[in-house]
Design a protein around this ligand. Sequence first.
Ligand SMILES: [Zn+2]
Length: 242
Amino acid sequence: MIHKDLQMKHYLALILTLAMISIIIILLYRSLQKVRTTFIGAFTNGNVVVIDAGHGGMDGGATGISGLLEKDCTLTISKKLDLFMSFLGVPTVMTRTEDLSLDHQGGATIRKNKVSDLKARLRLAEETENAVFVSIHLNKFPQSQYRGAQVFYGPNNQNSELLAKSLQKCLITAIADGNTSIHKKATDDVYLMKKATCPAVTVECGFVSNPEEEVLLKDDGYQKKMVLAIAGGYLEYVNEST
Ligand SMILES: [Zn+2]
């Protein structure tokens, strides 16, 4: 009998302990959720970042000295950026997550497919509520000495320049390679920048025509540094544009 009583006491103690632990977990979870909501609210400002991996599919973009294809590098950087933005709680949409051109029509000319691809990217930016369009590209120049990331902004939204300025500053600080490039207004021939009405920038992550930079652009660590700089620049922009 005494033995049974002791056993019962042990059971009760165990049940009480489990109940206490459950209550603590629920309370902790609730307060963490609260912190997370505040944290996210501070970072997103209601915006959705449309991450545009430049080129894709039949459009390889620029080819580097040792064969790096712009479309592959822009997709890898964009996927990393998407992952990091999600980690920060920033809502994102990607224009592509695979090696393809958007709205591709078999049998149509390359030019026609290129136009429908760009129109599909623009449509996604325009249809996304509170979109901030960040187009990822690589640069190429006939002379190999040019290097460094540079940001270009669209002319239609006053916040585009502010975003470009923050991104350029963070890229220079984070990469710390002596880059002195200044953010600039995109030229009229850059369709997406010319047409987008939301805040829109093109980040030219570096020159594939520079042998050292081409090697860096393929490097996982360098790509992560690039992504941190872009995310940092975006957060600074969110902070300043409110
Ligand atoms: Zn490009």
